[in-house]
Design a protein around this ligand. Structure first.
Ligand SMILES: [Zn+2]
Length: 55
């Protein structure tokens, strides 16, 4: 299964993981903007990365 992770480099923390089947890029960006805007506003480096998980 493929997932897209929202990860904050400053907090060293994964903020969310989303199945790309249900969440496309626009949706992820929307989530980032509304749910994790605190990190962005603090100037944190938030990245979106793809991960592949077995099972
Ligand atoms: Zn952060």
């Amino acid at each position: 299964m493929k997932f897209r992770e929202i990860y904050c480099n400053n907090c060293k923390k994964m903020l969310g993981r989303y199945n790309i089947k249900y969440y496309d890029n626009d949706k992820i960006k929307e989530i980032l903007k509304f749910r994790h805007s605190l990190h962005v506003r603090k100037g944190h480096q938030v990245i979106i990365r793809d991960v592949i998980k077995k099972s």
